[in-house]
Write a protein that binds this ligand. Structure first.
Ligand code: NAG
Ligand code: NAG
Ligand code: NAG
Ligand code: NAG
Ligand code: NAG
Ligand code: NAG
Ligand code: NAG
Length: 419
């Protein structure tokens, strides 16, 4: 090769440098990725890791119609990950199998089923600082032709599971003016400080990433079950106009439904992480490279001026790249996916700086993070932008999907509950 290059160059009178002598992108940086689990069957988004190392994932039928249970085939939207890349429906098979399926076809157009006692379409699973598993149900699923049906009351809910018994201990159903039929409740974080509410059981903060425009942040009082929204429709929770990301060198356009023209990336507020002291919530839209934060007290406030106070208190932390989920560790470092760099990046609030934590050519859409008490950062890589909901509208994913982990730097670990 070098010889023929030399010949060609000599022939044309050009400077000739053999390809091997050129500096090139190393493609990898940071700690080695450790492969934890391969997903050969359903399409995962979330990952949650308990204090004893139990791992859970969820498989939203709102992103892949084949995650949808049709009432007969025993599929699941939440599973515990077991050795040997196997998965078992969690908390059990029945709870994952709504009678008649996740979609109510008795009305036209069809809607999400209204069961409060079954899982419909789960977008996130999170282990809180008290080691309980929380399941966030959007109440929505796709039909076979890729139409995302609206939710019915009863579908969108937050369910707590006691990991010592595998039994649910609470179900908080969202009213239709908190989870709108076209909301997409995406990810959740827990602030369990007893003194932040009069009911004393802490709160949850949830992003609404709806591709149909219903973006905002939901706060839930875990003691009373009440919930409310802030930052509704604010530019900081919305995708930016004409936002175009690139993954593995390809532009990412979205197809909003069967036979519809493609659009720019329409996903709103999705990634969410709490500072280690739980005083600050970080959030960002998938259709944006910006990281934003808000003092959590502004989200808990329900006073007359609370919405203008909330909008006035959002801070831009600058650009961090294109991300889906976020996570924070005990050193108060915020980890985010960086889709355009095949990377996981960090943001340090102490120096307002972002940087690359790990890069690897196998990273193809970092969906969701979890920190473990074992000092590892876990994250799913799920090829989301290769599903049929993205241009050119064909399913180009290649199984398996992956769960990786890397050790957190500087002795970082999962955040325990602040007092
Ligand atoms: C779902 O599975 C069926 C049968 O294997 C396949 O034909 C279809 O393409 C799959 N759809 C998606 C969105 O993966
Ligand atoms: C389906 O919709 C009908 C009409 O709204 C309602 O009566 C029924 O309870 C719904 N069933 C489920 C499982 O959502
Ligand atoms: C909880 O569920 C897991 C499987 O997901 C099972 O291995 C374990 O034995 C169950 N524990 C209890 C107490 O039922
Ligand atoms: C499945 O889990 C749910 C929620 O904990 C519980 O109500 C139900 O009894 C369980 N069903 C079976 C068959 O174990
Ligand atoms: C809750 O109590 C802690 C410890 O006493 C204190 O630092 C914090 O400011 C309190 N938070 C609120 C919202 O009152
Ligand atoms: C797709 O399915 C939905 C729900 O069944 C139906 O309302 C719609 O007409 C279908 N669209 C196309 C383009 O087939
Ligand atoms: C900011 O903090 C990060 C994480 O601790 C560190 O790696 C980086 O060197 C710091 N940068 C500056 C300019 O202090």
């Amino acid at each position: 090769m070098a010889r023929s290059c030399f010949t060609a160059c000599a022939l044309w009178g050009m400077a000739c440098v053999a390809a091997a002598q050129l500096i090139s992108d190393p493609g990898a940086a940071g700690p080695e990725l450790e492969l934890v689990h391969l997903y050969y069957d359903e399409f995962p988004t979330g990952i949650a890791v308990s204090s004893t190392g139990r791992r859970f994932s969820n498989y939203p039928p709102g992103l892949d119609a084949n995650n949808t249970n049709d009432g007969t085939n025993g599929k699941y939207t939440v599973a515990e990950l077991l050795p040997g890349n196997s998965e078992t429906p969690f908390p059990n098979t029945t709870f994952n199998n709504p009678p008649g399926g996740a979609i109510n076809y008795t009305v036209f157009p069809p809607v999400g089923a209204n069961y409060q006692n079954y899982l419909i379409g789960v977008q996130s699973v999170v282990v809180d600082p008290a080691d309980r598993l929380w399941i966030l149900d959007t109440g929505r699923a796709q039909t076979d032709n890729g139409t995302l049906v609206p939710a019915s009351y009863g579908g969108p809910k937050l369910i707590g599971v006691d990991l010592t018994t595998n039994q649910t201990f609470t179900t908080i159903v969202f009213p239709p003016d908190v989870a709108y039929p076209d909301s997409y409740l995406n990810d959740v974080r827990f602030d369990l400080r007893p003194n932040i509410t009069s009911s004393g059981h802490g709160v949850a903060y949830i992003t609404d990433s709806s591709t149909e425009g219903r973006n905002g942040i939901v706060t839930v009082d875990l003691g009373t079950g009440e919930s409310w929204r802030h930052l509704d429709g604010d530019a900081v929770v919305r995708p930016e106009r004409q936002f175009l990301a690139y993954v593995w060198g390809e532009p990412v356009y979205f197809i909003p439904g069967p036979g519809r023209p493609f659009t720019y990336l329409p996903f709103g507020s999705d990634g969410i992480a709490l500072s280690a002291d739980a005083e600050t919530l970080f959030f960002g839209a998938v259709g944006s490279r910006y990281l934003y934060s808000i003092p959590t007290e502004r989200l808990r406030d329900r006073s007359e001026a609370s919405e203008v106070l909330a909008q006035s208190s959002v801070q831009s932390r600058g650009q961090k790249g294109v991300s889906d989920g976020f996570e924070t560790d005990s050193n108060n470092i915020v980890y985010v996916g960086n889709m355009e760099q095949n990377a996981v990046s960090w943001y340090n609030p102490a120096n307002a700086t972002t940087g690359t934590f790990v890069r690897d050519p196998r990273i193809n859409w970092v969906d969701t993070f979890a920190t473990g008490a074992d000092g590892y950062l876990y994250f799913t890589v799920n090829q989301l932008q290769l599903t049929q909901a993205f241009y050119p509208g064909t399913d180009r994913r290649v199984r398996p999907f992956a769960l990786f982990r890397v050790p957190l730097p500087n002795g970082g670990t999962k955040v325990s509950s602040p007092e």
